[in-house]
Design a protein around this ligand. Structure first.
Ligand code: FES
Length: 209
């Protein structure tokens, strides 16, 4: 029988004491959250959009201070917000992601259509495994479940784009394009999701301040 050591305690982000939580949201982010809160009957219900705001504000991931800030702003406990952030795979709590997060679908249709060959090629080109970030902080590679774009298998997701059916040549072009993309696609995606959830009138109020 194999015994597998679970390093859960070491890898779990630590909750900062409430008095040490730095509120780092920009003025714009605070106004966005204020508008979003008007859509819901209570603060707790706005947790998913609040986490998207936090993910954008903190550079595409959720350090423990980001989770604590959402908890403070929504009057919830750290554990409750952390529970939500760690449940959904689109949030990245506890460890930074690169400027560009490349997600490879290896679910059934994509794997039949060559997803593992593409994943191996990406690992070789980037010199990282799943869950790792290149030394220059440019790329993080993740393996994901079905992206609901099986008709384009094998599929990658980068920011708000699906790329598929993807070939090795496409991977080369994609990496070249991303290296020359100034705006981090992981932050851009978070911002687009926040903007999608704000009504046009909300966006106007946010702009006016
Ligand atoms: S199996 Fe890859 S998108 Fe559905």
């Amino acid at each position: 029988m194999d015994i597998i050591q679970i390093n859960y305690r070491d890898s779990r982000p630590k909750a900062p004491p409430p008095e040490n939580v730095e509120l780092k949201f920009s003025e714009r982010a605070v106004r966005e959250l204020e508008q979003l809160l008007t859509h819901y009957p209570d603060k707790k219900s706005a947790m998913l959009p609040a986490l998207w705001i936090a993910q954008r504000e903190y550079g595409g991931w959720l350090p423990s201070n980001a989770i604590a800030e959402v908890a403070v702003r929504l009057d919830r406990s750290y554990a409750e917000v952390e529970g939500v952030a760690t449940f959904y795979t689109m949030y990245h709590p506890g460890h930074p992601v690169g400027k560009h997060l490349i997600e490879v679908c290896t679910c059934l249709t994509c794997s039949v259509c060559g997803a593992y060959r593409i994943a191996d090629y990406l690992k070789q080109k980037l010199g990282v495994d799943y869950g790792e970030t290149t030394e220059d902080g440019m790329f993080t590679l993740e393996e994901v479940e079905c992206l609901d774009a099986c008709d384009r298998a094998p599929v990658l997701q980068v920011g708000d784009q699906y790329i598929g059916p993807v070939t090795r040549e496409d991977v080369d072009k994609l990496l070249e394009r991303l290296r020359n993309t100034a705006e981090p696609t992981s932050v851009k995606l978070a911002d687009e999701i926040v903007q999608t959830q704000l009504h046009a009138s909300d966006q106007e109020k946010v702009r006016k301040g």
